[in-house]
Design a protein around this ligand. Structure first.
Ligand SMILES: *[C@@H]1O[C@H](CO)[C@@H](O)[C@H](O)[C@H]1NC(C)=O
Ligand SMILES: *[C@@H]1O[C@H](CO)[C@@H](O)[C@H](O)[C@H]1NC(C)=O
Ligand SMILES: *[C@@H]1O[C@H](CO)[C@@H](O)[C@H](O)[C@H]1NC(C)=O
Ligand SMILES: *[C@@H]1O[C@H](CO)[C@@H](O)[C@H](O)[C@H]1NC(C)=O
Ligand SMILES: *[C@@H]1O[C@H](CO)[C@@H](O)[C@H](O)[C@H]1NC(C)=O
Length: 335
């Protein structure tokens, strides 16, 4: 078998043959070298599977790896990374499984090994997600892995050796292009055997803009007339804020108090027909309002632009369009 050992040293060499356990067991691992195995199974060198692991064991011998596979329901083969003594117990997982060429990794079809290695567990009929555990003379089934993949929208797995599904373990994720991760970047296989994602990937606003719902908002730092405010928002690829409902209105009130803003232009106006308020952004009539007490009053016949005003208890007021106030621009969140 010496010739075969040197083959193993060549990069990306793959071969299938029957091996003596000298090739897969560490020299000092007497247990692994055990002559119990009279007929070693097939080993494919330089080739492993990704995303197929039901369980991933670290610092175990290849023999332990084989035994654990035999005890695990649905295990069809193992991938073993000798350098890490890492064992992937692979299930019959069809979706997204990748075959990877990886030096120092080998795979083995579990059916090619004798099941006598695991005693009574050889014939277990544990269900999906369970492993066979021998307690004294009695075999029991214990929950050991989650079924399937976690549901993580717009996220990418961030694990060098691919997905594994171990009970009580987390798999690291990152968000797909440009999306912002909120929470902790893990999907955890819970003790109940159900995947639980601890984060979401969402669109975010660019620097200087604040997110509310699926819109981004920009607080104009200087005071401008209503027309100039409107023009500045358009320059920024947005529009002077249009308040659609009570929740957006409430949120804007907190923006004002948080930023010490006394008055703020919004895009409602009645420039065309006195008393008929509409939104300059899309020329739709204003149907949610939050006018302050006694407003709008068109004071001195000269108030045609709407503002949020601290004096009106953060309600709406009709103001003189040429007054200079702070303003807020709004736009739809982008990808
Ligand atoms: C090993 O398991 C993977 C995942 O189920 C499967 O795609 C592959 O065909 C199996 N290979 C062998 C040699 O059994
Ligand atoms: C695994 O080995 C068994 C028995 O040697 C064989 O019947 C089966 O086709 C093999 N599976 C794969 C995917 O190679
Ligand atoms: C498992 O089942 C096979 C076939 O039914 C049988 O020959 C074998 O003795 C059983 N092994 C154990 C450990 O019970
Ligand atoms: C806005 O709507 C009003 C009434 O529906 C209409 O008279 C006016 O021409 C519209 N203005 C624009 C700029 O579309
Ligand atoms: C508000 O007005 C828009 C059109 O201007 C209309 O589509 C919408 O249904 C109205 N909403 C309510 C609550 O009346």
């Amino acid at each position: 078998m010496k010739g075969v050992t040197s083959l193993f040293l060549l990069q990306n060499v793959m071969s299938i043959c029957s091996w003596s356990l000298d090739n897969v067991c560490e020299a000092d691992d007497i247990k692994c070298q055990n002559t119990q195995i009279s007929n070693p199974g097939e080993i494919v060198y330089g080739q492993c599977y990704r995303h197929a692991a039901l369980r991933r064991l670290l610092k175990v011998s290849f023999l332990t790896c084989l035994k654990e596979c035999m005890k695990t329901s649905n295990c069809v083969n193992v991938s073993y990374r000798r350098g890490w003594k890492m064992c992937d117990i692979n299930g019959n997982v069809k979706s997204e499984v990748e075959l990877v060429q990886e030096h120092g990794c080998f795979s083995s079809n579990i059916s090619s090994w004798s099941k006598t290695l695991v005693g009574k567990c050889a014939n277990h009929s544990c269900k999906d997600g369970y492993i066979c555990v021998l307690k004294g003379d009695v075999i029991t089934c214990e929950l050991a892995y989650c079924i399937g993949r976690p549901s993580v929208a717009n996220a990418l797995l961030n694990e060098p050796f691919g997905l594994s599904r171990d009970h009580g373990h987390g798999m690291m994720y990152k968000c797909a292009n440009g999306l912002k991760l909120s929470g902790k970047p893990f999907a955890v296989c819970h003790k109940t055997g159900i995947w639980k994602s601890m984060f979401i990937c969402e669109k975010s606003c660019e620097k200087g803009w604040i997110k509310f719902g699926d819109h981004c908002y920009y607080i104009g730092p200087d005071e401008k007339t209503w027309d100039d405010s409107k023009a500045d928002c358009i320059r920024k690829g947005s529009y002077l804020v249009k308040i659609e409902d009570a929740s957006e209105n409430r949120w804007l009130q907190t923006v004002m108090t948080d930023n010490n803003i006394g008055k703020l232009w919004i895009c409602a106006h009645d420039i065309g027909i006195e008393g008929t308020w509409c939104w300059i952004y899309d020329n739709t009539t204003v149907n949610f309002t939050n006018w302050g007490v006694g407003e709008p009053n068109n004071h001195e016949g000269n108030e045609n632009c709407a503002e949020l005003s601290e004096a009106a208890l953060y309600g709406w007021n009709d103001g003189v369009c040429t007054s200079v106030l702070q303003y807020i621009c709004e736009r739809q969140i982008q990808a």
